[in-house]
Design a protein around this ligand. Structure first.
Ligand code: HEM
Length: 557
């Protein structure tokens, strides 16, 4: 099916009805009839050595992990190696122009870019519609490692800072991001939005009780947005196309996409509860604090708690390494890469992990088509947060890569390919080179999937013509990893340098004075999403099972 039309506004087709039946499932790609050996000739000796060292010798890594000084040294070294795979910020160019100007170095409504534009990208490329078979799944390929919760978290977390232009039609060069991990999805893009979501008493966010659990307030009354939520940033994307019934069950939440999908709603509700929980604890511990101080300190604590989870739960799930990374702000007081964060257009594209999305969601013992999980808060209030996080932790996500995007989301892939063309991104091979990795010279160096190779050959003729977005997902996912190689290198570099340059982690700010002793305690004692879920849902014997990693995942050697 092709619903792509050039110039379609951001997320414009989200509201369309998805009705395709669930796909059959096959385990993660193996050596099936369409698999042949991939040549590693162009993997680069340094990459190969790093992968070997970090994924072998478990007893040695366990020893390093157990000795604090060694562990800190390894943590710092591995983080620095990941960031230094690419040139450091600031990038000389943004999407504003193909030369550097003061405006282009400072106007962050344009996206930054890792490589200058190609001179004539797009002119000789096949039409986007011809890529449908290359992206779309016919059979669901399971991720050997990840659960659906991982895809929910990735989608929600990135929505806080990867925010394309919302204009109609959208300008591919522009963004609507604060360029920081600041929980935009919970607090909104600016203080005016936050103000409408706050009770302005005791540092709390507005909430209501439904079925004994805490949820955000409803956004609408009789299908109209309530005057207290009049800020235009609170109007959900596609709002005008929703029925009265759908509108009336939308929640008032910080981002215009917070209601978009059930995974967003779950995470927003969870973080709202954690915000109010922390604010209440601070209120008891520091009775002299006013609403503003309680709100601001809670936000600071929660933002750092999120970054802890990102490194210690999420990144540790993504990376194939044996050593478990930790958030250690004191290790990076003065690094060469310590420069202001700025979302790159390449980062926005490489994070579009739509192949993780299963063909239908398993919720409350039922199989729910993707389309029915959009703009739906009723499922969340009906089943409760604990049960939904558990369901998502027990369902297997899709394997990241080509030929595995649900057909319903092909149009998003088409928009993404088109976006890369509009801003004249350089080729996949150029980005390999930028990451200090040799250029591929043959299709068999990219993937062992013969079908993918054949399609790439047919579409591009030569490996040098492969586009960035397509090449990223054409590569194989390495053993024990989650992302294909180049994508994984780019995600690590951007994610680490984004987290560690957050002002809340700076040497004179990451302390008890900013967060309070109680806040520091909450930060240092939180490591996983499971902890946050289990302390914010009605208690159940044994708690709820919450995991980004599959229960049956085992490291392979
Ligand atoms: C039911 C699941 C999902 C639906 C319906 C969905 C839908 C969409 C749509 C319609 C867009 C806008 C495309 C455009 O206008 O260019 C988009 C963008 C995006 N998606 Fe998804 N998506 C889903 C899952 C995911 C997942 C699992 C991830 C993983 C990280 C993800 C990451 C992104 C990113 C980073 C963008 C770009 C955001 C921006 O620049 O504003 N999505 N998605």
């Amino acid at each position: 099916m092709s619903v792509f039309s050039p110039g379609t506004p951001v997320r414009s087709a989200v509201g369309k009805v998805f009705s395709d039946p669930p796909m059959p499932r096959i385990p993660g790609r193996g050596n099936g009839p369409t698999e042949a050996a991939r040549s590693t000739a162009k993997d680069g000796w340094r990459n190969q050595l790093e992968v070997f060292v970090t994924t072998h010798g478990e007893p040695v890594w366990e020893l390093i992990q157990s000795v604090p000084l060694l562990s800190r040294t390894a943590n710092k070294a591995l983080t620095n190696i990941a960031i230094m795979k690419f040139p450091t910020r600031p990038e000389p160019l943004s999407t504003m122009a193909d030369y550097t100007s003061w405006d282009s170095l400072t106007d962050r409504t344009f996206s930054s870019r890792h490589l200058p534009p190609a001179s004539a990208a797009g002119s000789s490329l096949p039409p986007v519609e011809e890529f449908e078979a290359l992206f779309t799944r016919t059979e669901f390929v399971e991720s050997p490692k990840s659960t659906v919760l991982f895809s929910y978290f990735a989608q929600w977390f990135t929505d806080g800072f990867l925010r394309s232009d919302r204009a109609t039609p959208p300008d591919a060069r522009r963004n609507q991001s604060n360029h920081e991990i600041d929980l935009t999805n919970l607090y909104g893009l600016n203080p005016d939005v936050a103000r409408q979501l706050r009770t302005l008493e005791a540092g709390l966010l507005k909430s209501q009780e439904i079925g004994g659990e805490e949820f955000p307030l409803y956004l609408c009354e009789n299908g109209e947005i309530k005057p207290e939520f009049s800020n235009p940033h609170l109007k959900p994307v596609q709002f005008d196309e929703q029925s009265l019934e759908t509108r009336n069950q939308l929640f008032a939440m910080g981002s215009d996409t917070s209601n978009l999908q059930i995974g967003f709603v779950m995470h927003n509700v969870l973080f709202l509860r954690e915000h109010n929980r922390i604010a209440r604890l601070l209120g008891e511990a520091y009775p002299g604090w006013d609403d503003e101080r309680l709100f601001s300190t809670t936000r600071n604590i929660l933002t750092v708690v999120l970054m802890k989870i990102v490194i210690e739960d999420y990144i540790n799930h993504i990376t194939p390494t044996i050593f478990e990374l930790s958030l250690d702000p004191a290790s990076f007081p003065n690094e060469r890469w310590y420069r202001q964060n700025w979302m790159a257009i390449e980062f926005d594209l490489l994070y579009r992990w739509h192949s993780l999305v299963p063909s239908s969601y398993a919720i409350g013992g039922q199989s729910i088509p993707i389309g029915e999980t959009l703009y739906d808060t009723e499922t969340v209030t009906k089943y409760g947060l604990g049960a939904l996080f558990e369901d998502a932790s027990e369902q297997i996500a899709g394997q990241m890569g080509l030929v595995n995007t649900p057909p319903e989301l092909w149009y998003v892939e088409a928009l993404s390919i088109n976006m890369g063309r509009t801003v004249n991104l350089r080729s996949y091979n150029d980005y390999r080179e930028l990451s200090k990795t040799p250029r591929v010279t043959d299709f068999d160096q990219i993937t062992g999937d013969v079908n993918v190779r054949d399609q790439l050959r047919k579409l591009y003729g030569h490996v040098d013509n492969i586009e960035f977005y397509v090449g990223l997902f054409a590569e194989e996912v390495p053993a024990n990893g989650v992302c294909p190689d180049l994508l994984g290198r780019m995600v690590s570099m951007d994610a680490f340098s984004q987290v560690y340059t957050n002002p809340l982690l700076a040497p004179r700010i990451y302390n008890e004075e900013t967060f309070s002793p109680l806040g520091m305690d909450i930060i240092t004692s939180t490591k996983t999403l499971s902890e946050i879920v289990n302390r914010n849902v009605p208690q159940r014997d044994g708690g709820y099972y919450v995991s980004l990693t599959r229960k049956d995942w085992k490291r392979s050697y």
